[in-house]
Design a protein around this ligand. Structure first.
Ligand code: PXP
Length: 255
């Protein structure tokens, strides 16, 4: 089955809006993550940003301790974050680009422009048994560059797809084709294919044509929905949508 990773960053965003600088406060991202786990999601994703704008160091360590399901640690490829990941030993690390001024992760990683540094990090983390994934735009040259880094997985950036969802059908078809081409090329080279960013309850059914998907990372829409129906129901509703993915009836390329 297509796996659901819930990104709980925005639970911490709400907490930080009131409790920045405090050592506690509500809502608690760990409690939220545990509710997601109880609702049956595959894993939890959290991004420790350089500016600590939402998830804090203590959250990452508490998540690692509290969760029985995989923790996907999203991070920039900096010496500080690599050091934390080496100590933390999450199930997986997703390397993302980070700019201070952006509201959320905006574009994919420029793998082609930084192969040597990414290769070094991927090797260090993979040697510790941590799966390394690169968050990339669904472009063939980024897939080719990923292969040169030795990373085992990619997370295809679905943001442009999500934006095209409310645009013309032609634009949407173009973005789906980009994602499909990247997924096919990556899978042919034995990369695990994940996807995420901007996926929601309305647009999810349109990604059902993309082959070889393993995990989807979804945050904002689930956390938003949880405000009205609760985290457990929000996750269950998303899981039901994932179950209608045709991938379910096929053998996934990577388990
Ligand atoms: N994947 C990555 C790499 C992200 O940085 C994020 C959060 O920006 C997500 C997935 C989840 O995106 P969203 O919150 O739009 O579901």
């Amino acid at each position: 089955m297509l796996k659901l990773g819930v990104n709980i960053d925005h639970v911490a965003t709400v907490r930080q809006a009131r409790y920045r600088g405090a050592s506690n406060g509500e809502p608690c991202p760990i409690e939220a993550a545990m509710a997601c786990e109880a609702a049956g999601c595959y894993g939890i994703t959290a991004h420790l940003r350089e500016d600590r704008r939402h998830i804090l160091d203590q959250d990452i360590w508490n998540l690692k301790q509290a969760l029985a399901i995989p923790l996907n640690f999203e991070m920039a490829n900096t010496p500080e974050m690599v050091g934390i990941a080496e100590q933390l030993k999450p199930t997986s690390v997703c390397l993302v680009p980070e700019k201070r001024e952006e509201l959320t992760t905006e574009g994919g990683l420029d793998v082609a422009g930084g192969i040597a540094r990414i290769r070094e990090t991927a090797q260090r983390l993979q040697d510790l048994g941590i799966e390394v994934s690169l968050f990339i735009d669904p472009d063939l040259h980024q897939i080719e560059a990923t292969l040169e880094t030795g990373a085992q997985a990619v997370e295809l950036h679905t943001g442009p797809f999500a934006e095209s969802f409310t645009d013309s059908e032609a634009h949407l078809a173009e973005e789906l084709q980009r994602l499909t081409r990247a997924a096919e090329r990556g899978n042919a080279q034995n990369l695990k294919i994940n996807a995420g960013h901007g996926l929601n309850y309305q647009n999810l059914h349109r990604i059902h044509t993309i082959p070889h998907l393993s995990e989807l990372n979804i945050g904002h829409s689930i956390v938003s929905r949880a405000l009205t129906v609760g985290m457990s129901a929000a996750v269950s509703e998303m899981l039901s949508l994932l179950q209608t993915h045709p991938q379910d009836s096929r053998k996934p390329s990577h388990v």
